[in-house]
Design a binder for this molecule. Sequence first.
Ligand code: NAP
Ligand code: HSE
Length: 449
Amino acid sequence: MSPVVRIGVVGLGTVGSGVVRLLAQSADHIERHAGRPIVVERAVVRDPAKDRGLPLAADRISSDIRDISRNPDISIGVLLVGGLEPARSMMIDLLEHGKDVVTANKALLAEHGPELFELARRKGRSIAFEAAVAGGIPIVAAISECLAANRIESIRGILNGTSNFILTRMEEDGADYADVLRLAQSEGYAEADPSMDVDGTDATQKLAILAHLAFGTWVPWDEIPRTGIDGLDLDLLNYAGELGYRIRLVAVARRGDGRLALRVSPALVRKGTPLAETRGAYNAVSIVGDAVGRMFFHGLGAGEMPTASAVVADIIDMVVGRSAITFRTTGMLDVSTGAAGAASAAMQLGGVESHERHFLRIHAADRPGVLARITGILGEHGISIASVIQHAGGEATGDADAVGAAAGTVPLVIMTHACSPAAIVRATTAIDASDVVAGRSICLPVLEE
Ligand code: NAP
Ligand code: HSE
């Protein structure tokens, strides 16, 4: 065995640069954990001529994946290119040529996980992906190793740093959505296509990976109901604040009655609770296991060094032989039939069905009888109202800027008592179809703990 572990890094963007820096600046410490020095032998990027200011000689950087996959001195390929292609082809090339792979690319795993893990198994190689979910939080290891004795009952988490950063800045500073999104991009939090962050795709892909680890069931990520933060506005955050809540993009997975219920959506979380106090680019994951009870994880979910921390931990695990466990669960669930593969739990996919309070914002016509009409529709669907906010004229919260606002309407905010998701969907559909509102109402679930 060579005393030195030589690795190849594919991608030197935010995460790849962090990995190269961390390996250099903490070389002694990392060697003590790995038992051997770890050196970056080659890096592959799109543009090798770019000056990156990294502790890596220019002659070690090229644009051909074969410089890593065909290099017999390299044992580990660290794939830090985002998106599906060429990332998928690169991972296949690395595995086919006998490299173990560490990646942070959750889109790739959520889309092509079964194919890639199957190839890794056939080749006797590992794919490690701690950094793919919740950045620096060691949630993959926690679920697949530390909590392995538990039946996981539920997972609830803030899994997208960019969305959380945007919501926090808007709420705390009244910042403009587009300005904060640009700031998140410049900080290196956002995906190359930031719509994946704000439309809920990124959090949903991460939820699918966690569901796989926790429930042994491969869930097609694009069948998980999802809503992003891109339809929210500052007034919604202010109304939630008035009622004692913050709005967070929350991913939920819950096991029950042979069903696996999953959802990603903005939700109201009560101020003072751990999810509500998760700010900026921080992520948080709350897990309930049958033996351990509720656990809460909190840490930076995006950014150069927090993500590099998770990638380098995976590299060390590979060097010391701890990494194969990360693809032990590969059962496939045919969601349309509920027919499960041998290794998976026999569960069917569904939306989150439990009764919850809901927060509604409606742009109601400013004329007599409208409030009675709207509350009447809610009543017809068995939905009871906990509180109502209507500011005179709407000036108090700057409603003219609200998404969907129209002349001659006033914003009406309603907090319901707990009701079924199906009932609230039917009721809001009926309200939106009535002649007393303008535009579509916004309906968000309320998470009390
Ligand atoms: P990034 O800053 O956009 O960097 C991407 C890197 O991939 C760049 O170095 C780019 O080369 C290289 N690349 C792109 N196409 C390539 C090609 N065809 N051949 C060779 N190299 C290519 O992305 P990132 O933020 O580091 O994210 C990388 C992965 O980590 C993504 O899957 C992301 O979802 C995931 N992740 C990111 C974070 C975060 O905070 N940023 C956190 C967790 C996970 P050039 O530099 O030459 O353009
Ligand atoms: N774009 C992702 C986020 C990076 O904002 O959470 C971390 O996966």
